[in-house]
Structures are given as structure tokens and as C-alpha cells.
Write a protein that binds this ligand. Sequence first.
Ligand code: NAD
Ligand code: UDP
Length: 317
Amino acid sequence: MRVAVTGGGGFLGSHLCEALLRRGDAVVCLDDLSTGRPENIQSLRKYPAFEFIHTDVSVTADVPGPVDAVAHLASPASPPDYLRLPLQTLAVGSRGTENALELARRAGARFLMASTSEVYGDPLVHPQEESYWGNVNPVGPRSVYDEAKRYAEALSLAYHRTHGVDVGIVRIFNTYGPRMRPHDGRVVSSFIAQALGGEPLTIYGDGKQTRSFCYVSDLIRGLVAMLDSAETGPFNLGNPEEWTVADLAELVLDITGSDSEIQYRELPVDDPARRRPDIGRAGAYLHWHPEVPVAEGVRRTVEWFRGRSGDDTAEEW
Ligand code: NAD
Ligand code: UDP
């Protein structure tokens, strides 16, 4: 297969590119590196079947030659990133998704839409099943991300119904692991960077809010399974292991052996109180289940953060 991966310079995108290259696919990565890491592109260049196109996909997502699948991951994903880039986030969710869908339509390619658990907003149903329509504030600061992804899902299904594009939608829940930027502002990367740097761990609110954390190798297996299937979804992809933010801070302190203090900060506006995926559909249709427990995944991530300039490709899929 020749696969176009938008956002392939980012955390998840670069792991996806590498998983596809390792199994023998050709990969064309489209990225503007607005929130990605140039080191990711650098480490992918050792594969002869890897091509990189530096482009803002909200402007153009053209790829010369045949394309069998398009995986659309381009978007700021960390709250500080999308709050800093509100118009770009809306643009890539709308025009960027349309350009990526047009690429798939013209090429007759499968289209994988990387959506998010944020489509459920601050959920009133727990755990979240795909049939739940969500509780999103359409005018709050987070709406630039949540509504862009909701629109992207709607547009993908409109292309499926109108043009017959072979679309698959996954809703990704909080994922962590090697290649996160240490200062991207997400909770796992922040806590690990703070603990290793001897800085206070910043808990927003009282720390009782929950998230369910999925290790990157598990998530990538799910993305590849969805890409290879003919399913439309949407399917939740995430690890149902649910943690309070305060317990996660303790885990990171424990694994790193750090004596950093805990500092409490104001809870961001519209920060969801609870989040846990129901993954029954991904299990039934894709035979996908996460395997790496949070304690083990955090341990591996800490190891990677400790030797950050070292081998970037030790990951096994
Ligand atoms: P990331 O910020 O590391 O990667 C996103 C990539 O997209 C970056 O390389 C960035 O430069 C690129 N990009 C952004 N706007 C672009 C544009 N207009 N044109 C071209 N490239 C652009 O984030 P990530 O965690 O790897 O997330 C990847 C995708 O998965 C995103 O779509 C995100 O919404 C989704 N997702 C991630 C998570 C998670 O926990 N990591 C959870 C839910 C959904
Ligand atoms: N969070 C925190 N300290 C940080 C970063 C995040 O307490 O330094 C909290 C944040 O308020 C949220 C949870 O951790 O309740 C997960 O945040 P993240 O940004 O990783 O993901 P999202 O909010 O998108 O689920």
C-alpha cells in the first residue's frame, strides 16, 4: 500500500508512519510541523519508502501518484497547542479534512479520520459509548478543537454517503508514550518532565477528575486495524483503565523516584470531569484490545524521557 499520513511528523502520526513502513508500506507524510517534531521526520528518513511533503493541509493536501489510503491525523491535539492556535485548529478540522477527503476521493483511497474522545465533551454518560452524542460547549475555548472534530466526522460521513468514499472514523482517548514533547502541556508528558526536572507537579483543580490512558503501541495497532478494515465506525480507541489525575501524579513520582512537590493550579474552563471509553465495538469489529497497563506504559515513557536524545525507534508494534 502507499499511505498518505497527514500529521505524520507528530506524536501519533510518526509512530503510525513507522509501523506502516516496517510492515512494507510506502508512506507519504504531509505535515507543517506546527506542533510536530523535526526529529520524527529525521528518524523516518532512514526508510527508503518514506517521503515527506512540508505543507499546511488546510491549504493543500495534494500527493502526486497513486494513494491507497489516507490517514488524517493533522491537528493540534494538546490543549495548550489548540488554545494557542484556535483558528488553525478550526481550519485543519474543516478545510484540512476536506482537502484530505478530496485526496482520498480522487485516488479511490480508504480514509481514516483521527477523531477524539473530546467529541463527547464533558460527558453525562459514563463510560462513553459511541452512541452517546456528547455534551460539548460550542462557544467555550475548547470548542475550537471539539467542534472541529465533530465537523470533521460529519464531513467524512457526508463524503461517504455522497461520494462513496471508504471512510473509517476512530475516536482516540488520551494516549501517551515516547515522542511526546516534554513541554506539550499534556498531563503525562508534563508530570514526567516535571518529576525528572525536579520541578513541582502541576495538578489542575483538585486532581479528582479522571482520564483513561492508552499506551502508544496499543493505539497504533488500533489505527492500523481500522485502516486495514472496511468498517466505518465510529469506534472508540483507548485503554479503559481510568485514573484520577492525583493518582497519576503519585504514580509518576513513584516510578521516577522524584521528590518533587505537588502544586495545585486553577482547573481550565470546561475541563471534562470523567472520561473512560467503552471499547466493546473496537473489540467486536477490529478484534482490538489494549495490552499495556498504565504503570508499565508510564515506566517505558519515563525511560524514553530519561534518554531523550537516544534511540527513537526502539518501539515494538
Ligand atoms: P501532535 O500535535 O503531536 O501531532 C499533530 C501533527 O499534525 C503535528 O506534527 C503537526 O505539525 C501537524 N499539523 C497540525 N496542523 C497541521 C496542518 N494544518 N497541516 C499539516 N500538518 C499539521 O498530536 P498527536 O497527539 O500526535 O495527535 C494526532 C492526531 O490524533 C490529532 O488529530 C489529534 O486530534 C488526534 N488525537 C490524539 C490524542 C492523543 O491523546 N494523543 C487523543 C485524541 C485524538
Ligand atoms: N492536567 C493537570 N496538570 C497538567 C496538565 C493537565 O492536572 O499539567 C489535567 C487537565 O486539567 C485534565 C487532565 O489532566 O483534567 C488531562 O489533561 P490533558 O491536557 O493531558 O488531556 P485532555 O484534557 O485533553 O483530556
